[in-house]
Write a protein that binds this ligand. Structure first.
Ligand code: IPD
Length: 302
């Protein structure tokens, strides 16, 4: 069976925009949200409604494809070789609840466990990131087309990633802007490894740290990957994310010349559902050195 990537891409873009309207039109509230495993693992009615909408639309057209989504996931369910749609209805639920506008819908198609179409849409900024395997990554966003004497029409413009002025050469961890996430696991050995690693990254060189330019923790794995793809972030590291957080962004990073490796030292070819990721933006050279330098800061195995 051949899969028409362009048709699926166009459908996912359309679904993402509609889902985006649902998200942007909702009024969540900290007190009306629920939580899953603990009080930092949040879910809202909108997460569930968006996923239901996405499943309905996809099943109409592709009834035979598998589906993996955050809100309908049953523990133990595995990603298979079959064509599978992967959906995070709201990536950045915590942001959504707090009205912090770093939120997106993330949709991907994986075949043989490899993302071949990826679509990520932030309904607040209306930035739409898309990629099809072997065809590059794109950002469609509104651009002001006004001159000083005219009103301000805003026209969508589609640009190829990474943006032209990026990337500058990667000159080492010390000059990097790095995204990390705390995730919702707040106890146990992994939590210890995380904050030791964060400290190593930001700490002064004379204390054994790398003193990166800074860390960013913006609350959406998918958007972190989009920013790595665009060259606005140099790297992104997270242990504990899920396939639905990263599948679309994975392709968007890769098609923009970036790489995805394992968040644990040594894993050059991670699986989409391995849950530990390190993304590095496009660079003429130096990606591998940077990965190794980063792995040197990861204090333990997660
Ligand atoms: C979460 C966000 C967050 C990351 C977590 C994810 P959600 O996704 O991407 O940045 O740290 O690991 O679970 O729950 O908002 O879809």
């Amino acid at each position: 069976e051949t899969v028409d990537h362009q048709t699926i891409h166009d459908l996912l873009v359309e679904i993402a925009r509609k889902a985006g309207d649902m998200v942007a039109g909702a009024q969540p509230h900290v007190n009306t949200s629920g939580y899953k495993k603990n009080s930092a693992d949040l879910v809202t009615e909108t997460d569930r409604a968006v996923e239901k909408y996405v499943i309905g639309k996809l099943k109409e057209v592709y009834p035979d494809y598998d589906f993996l989504g955050e809100e309908t996931y049953v523990p133990g369910k595995k990603l298979t070789d079959r064509p599978t749609f992967i959906c995070d209805p709201i990536d950045g639920t915590t942001n959504f609840i707090h009205a912090f506008p770093n939120v997106c819908i993330s949709l991907a198609l994986c075949v043989y466990r490899t993302p071949v179409v990826g679509v990520i849409y932030n309904p607040y900024t209306t930035h739409m990131y898309t990629a099809i395997k072997n065809q590059g990554s794109f950002l469609t966003m509104p651009v002001r087309t006004d001159s000083p004497n005219t009103p301000a029409p805003i026209a969508p413009r589609k640009i190829r990633l990474p943006r032209k002025s990026y990337p500058e050469p990667l000159t080492g961890l010390q000059n990097a802007l790095v995204a990390v996430e705390w995730g919702s696991d707040r106890t146990g050995p992994n939590f210890q490894i995380k904050h030791r690693t964060f400290t190593r990254l930001v700490g002064a060189v004379e204390d054994g740290g790398k003193m990166v330019h800074s860390l960013r923790s913006m609350g959406s794995a998918a958007l972190n990957l989009c920013h790595v793809a665009s060259g606005q972030l140099d790297m992104y590291w997270e242990c504990g994310a899920w396939a639905w957080n990263v599948a679309a962004g994975w392709l968007i990073v890769s098609e923009a010349g970036g790489i995805m490796v394992d968040g644990n030292p040594g894993g050059w070819t991670p699986a989409v559902d391995c849950r530990r990721y390190l993304a590095v933006r496009a660079a003429p050279d130096g990606q591998k050195e940077l990965v190794e330098e980063f792995w040197g800061c990861v204090e333990g195995e997660m």
